[in-house]
Design a protein around this ligand. Structure first.
Ligand code: ZN
Ligand code: ZN
Length: 343
C-alpha cells in the first residue's frame, strides 16, 4: 500500500533470514475486514504508508535460518500473526488475546501480501500436505471461530444462534459444527450471506432480520425455550425498526442459564437491559482473536471436517489486490472472503 486507498504491485527486495527465522514463500493470502479498515486509513497512526499489509496467509518454507529445528524447505505453513508482549498482567496469566501491547504482523509491521516474508519460526504452524494452500490461508479466520467456540464452551447437543453471517459468523459455524449437530440459527440482513450456511450444512435456520423479528422466530422454533449459546458477530449496530440490537437480541434468545459470546468490534454502544440477562442468570463472555486454536483448526482441516470453501467467494491474482478491495467495499453481500494468489 503506497498510500491509503492505493495498492501497487512493486519490487520490495528479498527479505533476509536471521537466526531462528524462516523465509516463507507465500502462496495465498486472504483479505480481512481489518485490512479493509487499514486500506481506508482507519488504523492511522498505528499503520503508516508505505506498508505491506496481510496477516492471513499461508505458503511453503523457502529458507530456514541458523538454529531453526523442525522445519524443512517445502513444508506448508501458516503463521499465527499475533505478537504478545509476555509482560503485561494479562500475558503473565497466560491470557494472551487480552495483551495490552498486542501487535499483529501486517498491521504493526510488514505482512504477508508479498511473495516472500521472514518470520520467527516460533510463529509458524505446520500443515498436513493434503491441505490445499488456498484453504491454509483461512486458518487465521477459522481459528477465530474456534476460539469463540471454546470461549463459549459449546457442548454436544447444544442449539446455537449466530447473529451475523459474515466471515466471522461463518467461521464460528464451522467450529460449532465440529461439536454439535443440533439446530444453528444464522441471523443477517443480506440474503446472499444467509444462503451460505444451508448450502454446506444440515439443520441451519437462516433468519433475515430485515424481514422478521429474529428473537420471536428463535423462541417460536425452540418451543419458547431459547438457544443454549448465542454468538454476536455483527460488530456494527445498524438500526432496524422493531428489531433489538444484536447483543440484546442474543440475550433475549438464550435459555435460562444460557451463554452469550460477543465478538463484534463495533464503535457504538449497544444498549442492553441487564435484567433480561440476570433473570436467566445467563453468562456474558467475549472473544478476541485466538489463542492456541491454530492447532485445533489445522487438525480439523486435515481431517476434512471443515468447509473452508464456504468462506472463499473468489480467488484473484495478487496483482488485482486494488480491485479486490473495491469489490469488497461495493459488494459485501456476495463477497465473504477474497483470496489473493501470490503463486
Ligand atoms: Zn484478520
Ligand atoms: Zn502482554
Amino acid at each position: 500500500m503506497t498510500e491509503y486507498n492505493k495498492v501497487e504491485w512493486k519490487e520490495a527486495g528479498m527479505p533476509a533470514c536471521g537466526p531462528g527465522e524462516v523465509v516463507i514463500k507465500v502462496a495465498y493470502a486472504s483479505i480481512c475486514g481489518t485490512d479493509q479498515h487499514i486500506f481506508k486509513g482507519e488504523f492511522h497512526p498505528r499503520t503508516r504508508t508505505p506498508m505491506i499489509m496481510g496477516h492471513e496467509f499461508a505458503g511453503e518454507i523457502y529458507e530456514t535460518g541458523e538454529g531453526v529445528k523442525g522445519f524443512e524447505k517445502g513444508e506448508k505453513v501458516a503463521p499465527d500473526p499475533i505478537i504478545w508482549c509476555g509482560k503485561c498482567p494479562a500475558c503473565r496469566r497466560g491470557h494472551y488475546p487480552a495483551c495490552t501491547n498486542l501487535k499483529l504482523i501486517g498491521i504493526d509491521s510488514d505482512g504477508g501480501f508479498a511473495q516472500y516474508i521472514t518470520l520467527p519460526a516460533s510463529m509458524l504452524y505446520r500443515l498436513p500436505p493434503e491441505v490445499p494452500l488456498e484453504h491454509a490461508a483461512l486458518v487465521e479466520i477459522l481459528s477465530i471461530g474456534f476460539h469463540a467456540k471454546n470461549r463459549a464452551g459449546v457442548n454436544p447437543g447444544d442449539v446455537v444462534l449466530i447473529w451475523g453471517s459474515g466471515k466471522v459468523g461463518l467461521s464460528i459455524l464451522q467450529a460449532v459444527r465440529t461439536v454439535t449437530d443440533q439446530a444453528v440459527f444464522m441471523v443477517d440482513i443480506l440474503e446472499e450471506r444467509l444462503s451460505v450456511g444451508p448450502k454446506y450444512y444440515e439443520h441451519i435456520i437462516p433468519v433475515n432480520a430485515s424481514e422478521e423479528d429474529p428473537v420471536a422466530r428463535i423462541l417460536d422454533e425452540t418451543g419458547g425455550n431459547g438457544v443454549d449459546i448465542a454468538f454476536e458477530a455483527v460488530g456494527h449496530a445498524k438500526h432496524i425498526d422493531n428489531v433489538v440490537n444484536p447483543v440484546r437480541g442474543c440475550i433475549q434468545s438464550i435459555r435460562g442459564g444460557g451463554k452469550v459470546c460477543v465478538l463484534g468490534l463495533g464503535g457504538e454502544p449497544s444498549p442492553v437491559l441487564f435484567r433480561e440477562l440476570i433473570w436467566k442468570e445467563g453468562s456474558l463472555v467475549t472473544s478476541r482473536v485466538s489463542h492456541g486454536e491454530f492447532s485445533e483448526t489445522i487438525e480439523n482441516l486435515g481431517k476434512g471436517t471443515l468447509r473452508p470453501e464456504a468462506l472463499i467467494s473468489r480467488v484473484v491474482p495478487a496483482s488485482g489486490t486494488q480491485d479486490a478491495f473495491r469489490i469488497l467495499e461495493n459488494h459485501p453481500g456476495d463477497n465473504i472472503k477474497i483470496v489473493l494468489d501470490f503463486s
